[in-house]
Design a protein around this ligand. Structure first.
Ligand SMILES: C[S@@+](CC[C@H](N)C(=O)[O-])C[C@H]1O[C@@H](n2cnc3c(N)ncnc32)[C@H](O)[C@@H]1O
Length: 259
């Protein structure tokens, strides 16, 4: 039995050590601009989240859910929010703490599994910001339920996630420009990768991924009691992935918790 949480924690610590793009903290100039009201943050690879999705951030209690890396949390804090960054990787959280200390942002960090937010009381946040990361957990319905529980009535969940098409194809060939449909949705590296490829990911501490169906991505948010109020799609930069060049492979949603 693979312990996905422990494996992906170590794998993301390694991603941070290796300088993966999702682990690079924002610089002082970006924080200064955010303090002056000039900021954007991403839930997906390339398109910034529409500013109107945030509502009024001044003094808002924001939970960055699986959002470590010293990126969105510090920008939202510089824009006036009271930010808690929650992540499974100590190295990722250390990025947020480093920016917070450098810039005096007062960010709080919490280490844990996105599916278990039991340390937070009901209704303790005005906004949950959850960038693409639920591809690293086997089951996402508990994540939506917990996010909905910790939101106050009237609060918002902004989420990015991978669309199922990304997980259908052979990843190595896809990166070389060739589309070969090899897998099915729901997808799990642990269950569908060839044994040698899985062993390589385990040995080399590469994060293990899961491809969730839209019935869990969108239906799961609705079943958690949230109302979908915004949606857009996004892609990798051209040439990175053959499938992403042909169909958007990422989506972002804005969901409201009814009053
Ligand atoms: C692609 S990064 C996203 C964060 C990044 N700041 C961004 O710009 O999108 C995915 C994050 O999910 C975190 N993660 C993976 N599994 C997790 C889990 N079970 N619970 C909480 N965080 C997890 C990783 O440590 C990593 O920081």
């Amino acid at each position: 039995m693979i312990d996905f949480l422990s494996h992906n924690r170590e794998a993301w610590d390694k991603q941070a050590a290796d300088g993966n793009r999702w682990t690079l903290p924002v610089d002082a100039a970006r924080i200064a601009r955010a303090r002056a009201g000039d900021w954007t943050v991403d839930l997906t690879p390339r398109k910034p989240v529409p500013r109107e999705w945030f509502g009024d951030l001044k003094g808002a209690r924001v939970l960055g859910l699986a959002s470590g890396g010293g990126q969105q949390g510090p920008i939202l804090a510089a824009a006036g929010a009271e930010v808690t960054v929650f992540d499974a990787s100590p190295a990722q959280l250390s990025r947020d703490l480093a920016v917070s200390e450098r810039e005096g942002l007062g960010i709080r960090t919490e280490l844990g599994d996105m599916a278990d937010l039991s340390r937070f009381a009901d209704a303790s946040f005005d906004l949950v910001f959850h960038p693409c990361s639920n591809c690293f957990v086997p089951s996402i319905r508990p994540v939506w339920k917990e996010a909905a529980r910790v939101l106050r009535p009237g609060g918002r969940l902004l989420a990015g996630f991978c669309l199922p098409a990304l997980f259908l194809v052979d990843e190595d060939l896809d990166e070389k420009g060739e589309i070969v449909v090899r897998y099915k949705i729901p997808y799990s590296d642990a269950e569908q990768l060839a044994p040698d490829l899985l062993k390589k990911k385990l040995d080399q501490k590469v994060p293990l991924s899961f491809g969730h169906p839209l019935s869990d991505q969108l239906g799961g948010q609705l079943d958690a009691g949230l109302l979908l109020a915004g949606y857009y799609e996004d892609s990798w930069e051209p040439g990175v992935s053959a499938i992403s060049d042909r169909i958007p492979c990422f989506a972002a949603t804005m969901a409201l918790k009814p009053r």
